[in-house]
Design a protein. Structure first.
Length: 184
């Protein structure tokens, strides 16, 4: 009986965690991310909310979540926010030892009444233990994939990359949802 309860609790926890994720981007063999439909963006509905409010909520969330928001945000008032950030410990890459992958990324959030459009983040720069990789897309194609399939020894790295890129965007979206409850 205890095992059944434990399994149900674990399953509910997984479903709850998954339900909170608004985006689920996946790394592809061509070195870029796509959503589950293969598109390079996702549209999320926020029924009844004006674009100005959605823009303001996103801007507040990004400001809260980034150490130096001025250096990562470029924007067109009430229309679009471009986030150009850096993520240390993005993933690990195993060679002779675990090497730290860090990335510079960019994505955009566009606003209309009742919905937002989030572009798939793209990796603009990549570093392995502080050393810059010249072409991140080609590096992913060659080092993570082989003939269109994930290399067995790189499955964990690929999963970490997916998880990291999704958490970046989902943290902003989750904070936007929680900001509605922020009444002090």
């Amino acid at each position: 009986m205890k095992k059944i309860i434990l399994l149900l609790a674990m399953a509910f926890g997984c479903i709850s965690t998954y339900a909170q994720n608004k985006v689920d981007f996946q790394l592809t063999p061509n070195g870029t991310f796509v959503n589950s439909n293969g598109d390079d963006f996702v549209v999320l509905n926020y029924n009844g909310q004006k674009k100005e409010q959605l823009y303001s909520n996103a801007l507040v969330s990004i400001t809260r979540l980034y150490t130096s928001p001025k250096s990562v945000i470029s924007k067109v008032e009430n229309e679009i926010i471009s986030v150009n950030g850096y993520k240390k410990d993005f993933a690990t890459y195993m060679m002779f030892a675990n090497l730290e992958l860090s990335v510079q990324y960019v994505f955009q959030i566009q606003f209309k009444d009742g919905k937002i459009r989030v572009t798939v983040p793209s990796i603009t720069e990549m570093f392995i233990d502080g050393r810059k990789i010249d072409n991140p897309t080609e590096w992913i194609k060659e080092k993570i994939y082989k003939k269109g399939e994930v290399r067995k020894e790189r499955i964990i790295t690929m999963k970490q990359m997916n998880s990291s890129i999704n958490s970046i965007v989902n943290n902003i979206l989750e904070d936007m949802e929680n900001s509605k409850k922020d009444n002090w």
